[in-house]
Design a protein around this ligand. Structure first.
Ligand SMILES: [Zn+2]
Length: 288
């Protein structure tokens, strides 16, 4: 199956009361692990690519071609969207040109007028090309900003204004944070989530910073309109822990254990297990 936009899978998710997982990819192994798990579980999936990860993988065209070829070679038949995560204005243009099927334009750091104007520009481009578009209101705190905050809360009125531009899905802060959550984190703010959900007339909402949010909170957020949950750090932690164990157990020193296909295998299995656990939690299994 060719890449698809995230629109149809998220519309179905809202109707069905579940969420589709967005899993960030970093290399070939990451991509393969996520695609194979989605296929095995018959779940739709969104592959997220940050600008940093795209640069690491030699650019948007390399990523796009790798994902498309992998879908074909692995006979992946479940819906797959290739999504730019936290795109800048320039990055979003490049990802669109390279064949990404979904874009996040993150204008959350800019003044709201600027965010609205640029988001409207991407609404027109994405509509014309049949791509899905994620917009962001306010900024979502966390390690990426060099600050560990309590997580910001988006203004529901601003959410409505940007949702009404015709975007596909909206990322809005409800106390969530990127990276690991601090010990004194106060949890998601479901009152604000409910207000945003109402203000945006049921448009799919996106929960960033999915790592470390307790399962019950994730389920409640999904019941209140979250249809896309972003998971990045959790796969990284699982991969690192499994790889560390392999090396600490001395397996790279035994026989041909240094072969990268062997060295990286436990990490790949750990990513698969994490993705499976998340797809089961989000309720997307069997929804392809
Ligand atoms: Zn994010």
């Amino acid at each position: 199956m060719a890449l698809v936009s995230a629109k149809e899978m998220l519309t179905k998710a809202v109707e069905g009361g579940y969420a589709v997982g967005h899993f960030n990819i970093n290399n070939l192994e990451w991509t393969k692990a996520i695609l194979q798990t989605a296929q095995e579980l018959q779940s739709p999936v969104i592959l997220g690519v940050s600008e940093g990860a795209a640069k690491y993988m030699c650019g948007y065209t390399v990523v796009s071609n790798m994902v498309k070829a992998m879908i074909e070679e692995l006979n992946i038949t479940v819906p797959v969207a290739l999504h730019l995560d936290h795109g800048t204005y320039e990055g979003a243009k490049k990802a669109i040109a390279a064949g990404f099927s979904s874009i996040q334009f993150d204008g959350g750091h800019a003044p709201i007028e600027d965010n609205l104007a640029k988001t409207a520009e991407f609404v027109a481009i994405c509509n014309e090309k049949g791509l899905s578009l994620e917009a962001e209101v306010g900024s979502i705190g966390g390690e990426e900003d060099g600050v560990i905050g309590m997580g910001e809360l988006a203004d529901p009125a601003q959410c409505k204004t940007i949702a009404d531009l015709g975007i596909t899905m909206l990322a809005a802060g409800i106390g969530n944070i990127h990276g690991k959550y601090p010990a004194n984190w106060q949890g998601l703010n479901f009152d604000v989530l409910s207000e945003i959900h109402k203000a945006c007339s049921g448009k799919p909402l996106v929960l960033h910073g999915g790592t470390g949010i307790p399962a019950e909170m994730v389920k409640k957020a999904i019941s209140l309109g979250v249809a896309k949950v972003n998971v990045n750090t959790e796969c990284q932690l699982a991969f690192a822990a499994a790889t560390r164990k392999y090396v600490e157990d001395g397996k790279d020193l035994s026989g041909k254990g240094f072969d990268p296909r062997k060295l990286l295998a436990p990490g790949v299995e750990a990513i698969k297990a994490t993705v499976k656990e998340k797809m089961e939690l989000f309720g997307s299994v069997g929804k392809a």
